[in-house]
Design a protein around this ligand. Structure first.
Ligand code: ADE
Length: 231
């Protein structure tokens, strides 16, 4: 890939990457900050999208149009949905969907965008393999491939997280991944989402999120750092 786009939603999620970049140049588009430069000798554009699906989609389209990103990596934290996952575990997206799309009143299944062939977006097989191999090397037994559920909601309720698991069989929930994935799909650009669990999306989620976001962000970063060697 000539240029790799790397997105995190929050400051904590991009800090270490930013610190590791050389020859940085910073620019703003649509109120979003883009840092171009080199990471491990590879040309990258690092950006903090801001939280939520609209920010993530706009950010991704700009990476593709203005910066000619040929692959997009998302790094950050998520709430665990699959009960087997613990705080600190890592999910590499096999696919992602928007769990908050609800046109059930018109007979469409939850999460399905009407009149569209695809509502669940597969990540790129090569990028999944690169992330999984890197993850296994540095956090053995703590990396899982799974479905990422995105929505403009911070999930912090046991009943809600259980229903997400039952309805979608999701691995984790966050607020940007599927928007990045859909934008990449619409443009024919490969992507993968890498998320470390900061909480379990239950009644303790807000407390755990505050406590574990930095550590979880750093784990996700460590995988990006390791996988870059094979890109
Ligand atoms: N990101 C981290 N934890 C989350 C949660 N519980 N819900 C949505 N996004 C999150």
């Amino acid at each position: 890939f000539a240029t790799i786009g790397i997105i995190g939603a929050m400051e904590e999620e991009i800090n270490l990457l930013l610190a590791g970049m050389d020859d940085k140049q910073t620019e703003q588009h649509a109120g979003i900050t883009y840092h171009r430069g080199f990471f491990q000798g590879k040309k990258v554009v690092l950006t903090r999208s801001g939280v939520g699906k609209v920010n993530a989609a706009v950010c991704t389209q700009i990476l593709i149009d203005r910066y000619r990103a040929e692959a997009i990596l998302f790094t950050g934290v998520a709430g665990a949905v699959d009960p087997k996952l613990n705080i600190g575990d890592i999910v590499i997206s096999a696919s992602s969907l928007q769990h908050d799309v609800d046109v059930t009143a018109l007979g469409f299944p939850r999460g399905t965008i009407p009149y569209q062939d695809v509502s669940e977006y597969a990540a790129d097989a090569f990028l999944i393999a690169a992330a999984s191999e890197a993850g296994e090397r540095i956090f053995p037994g703590r990396c899982y491939q799974g479905k990422v559920l995105s929505g403009d909601q911070f999930i912090a309720e046991r009943g809600v997280v259980q229903s997400l698991y039952e309805q979608f069989g999701g691995a984790c929930t966050e607020m940007e991944g599927a928007a990045v994935a859909q934008t990449c799909f619409m443009n024919g650009i490969p992507h993968v989402i890498i998320r470390s669990m900061s909480d379990k999306a239950d009644g303790s989620a807000h407390v755990n999120f505050a406590e574990f976001t930095v550590e979880a962000s750093n784990r996700s970063y460590a995988i990006i750092e390791e996988m870059m060697k094979s890109l």
